[in-house]
Design a protein around this ligand. Structure first.
Ligand SMILES: C[S@@+](CC[C@H](N)C(=O)[O-])C[C@H]1O[C@@H](n2cnc3c(N)ncnc32)[C@H](O)[C@@H]1O
Length: 218
């Protein structure tokens, strides 16, 4: 097990409801999450939320053009340290960071004060581990931060919500049920594409959404 994976696992053990996963995402999942970004032309503003040890950050770095800008948001200081030492100090992100095109935000996404700013928001946040009020608050912040037509990409583990709703202790069922309803409605209204990634622990869906009735539309 690599040092970064061990640090990630330690944060899961100490704060399971913040880390929300036992292992970093695979390259396959990172490629799926970045597929809309890889298809874009022209300068883009990108926000990565919940970057962890940076498997998705690395792939974002690989597909950034010379005029693209990336903000990386991570709430846990020990994981932000891993990002500093790892992907953000390695090429191509190291040079982009020196040029001022990459920023690390060591704070919760709820504190990011951006309106109509990002073309792509790529999230690793574990919505299923959160309470409904927190999910609502975070989705509001993300929607406000996006330009009209921007793409919001995130992942969820296949069947995890169904397990949480049906086979968990009562307290978990009571928390996951309303979160799941909220996510189902958001997906039904805004999802433009879903990719299944079996080569991930555990297998996951990468979901891509466009908020057509964006809070920032005129
Ligand atoms: C499931 S992990 C995903 C990590 C990484 N993106 C990956 O795919 O391996 C979720 C990450 O979100 C971070 N996180 C949780 N709540 C957050 C918040 N409110 N704001 C920013 N980051 C948050 C956690 O610290 C953790 O690093």
């Amino acid at each position: 097990m690599s040092r970064n994976t061990l640090t990630f696992l330690k944060t899961y053990i100490s704060s399971p409801d913040v880390t929300g996963a036992v292992a970093p995402s695979s390259r396959g999942l990172a490629l799926a999450l970045t597929s809309p970004l890889r298809a874009h032309k022209g300068p883009a503003r990108i926000l990565e939320v919940g970057a962890g040890t940076g498997p998705v950050t690395r792939v974002i770095g690989e597909c950034m053009g010379p005029d693209d800008r990336l903000d990386v948001c991570e709430i846990q200081p020990e994981l932000a340290d891993v990002l500093e030492r790892g992907p953000l100090s390695e090429e191509p992100l190291a040079t982009a960071r020196k040029d001022g095109r990459v920023r690390l935000i060591r704070a919760p996404i709820q504190e990011v004060d951006a309106t109509n700013t990002y073309d792509f928001v790529i999230s690793g946040l574990p919505f299923t581990a959160f309470r409904l009020e927190l999910v609502r608050e975070i989705v509001d912040v993300i929607r406000r931060s996006m330009k009209p037509g921007g793409v919001f990409s995130y992942f969820e583990y296949i069947a995890l919500r169904a397990l949480g709703r049906n086979l968990s202790p009562k307290a978990t069922r009571q928390r996951v049920g309303p979160v799941s309803e909220f996510l189902d409605e958001m997906i039904a209204t805004h999802q433009i594409k879903r990719q299944t990634v079996m080569l991930n622990i555990p297998p996951a869906y990468a979901r891509h959404l466009v908020f057509t009735d964006s809070q920032n539309d005129e």
